[in-house]
Design a binder for this molecule. Sequence first.
Ligand code: SF4
Length: 216
Amino acid sequence: MGIIRVNEIYYSIQGEGNAIGQPTVFLRLFACDLRCSWCDTMYAVEGTDFKEMPHEEILSEISKYNCKNVCITGGEPLIQRKELVPFSEKLIKEGYFIVLETSGHKKPPEVFTGPSCLISMDCKCPSSGMEKRMDFTLFEQLGAKDQLKFVIKDSTDYEYAKSILEEHNIGCSLIFQTVYGEDITWLAESVLRDKLNNVRVLPQLHKIIWGEKKGV
Ligand code: SF4
């Protein structure tokens, strides 16, 4: 029986990316091999705050919310790739739509490339301290239905994100999102000034609604 390390399961509003505002069940998996300086989910990165759950128990927990949108997040979900693939196949078979949140350093398995999934990949910019871990070839493999998200703290991050877009052939949706608490006005104005017309500037909606809390 497949076992997955789960940090939390909860029902909330999708706060990021193209599905922003949509009611969603969040499945937060435990552990991450990156250490971003501004990580807001360290409780799912290290420590002991996880439960080892069989697939059927997770499915049953998710089904209680009567919502077919599931966001698999972390931590870094692809650390548990071996178990996550058959589990995600079960979710898709039961009619769920999956958003997979992952960092740009692990190749998403094929199951997430189909029409029932959206890959939401992060490009870690210099303020994270993790930019050297990124694999830019993964960005170029994202499909039109997917999204690449740059979490931007300052002008160094912004210029870095711009250079990635100039240097790589990326065909998915592009999101520029501020680190929580940073000014979004300069980011919006910079995108307009530079005419980055294929970029979407977004806040983290759930934090505007509820603040920086666990489980929302
Ligand atoms: S990849 Fe995500 S979970 Fe991992 S350290 Fe960075 S922000 Fe935190």
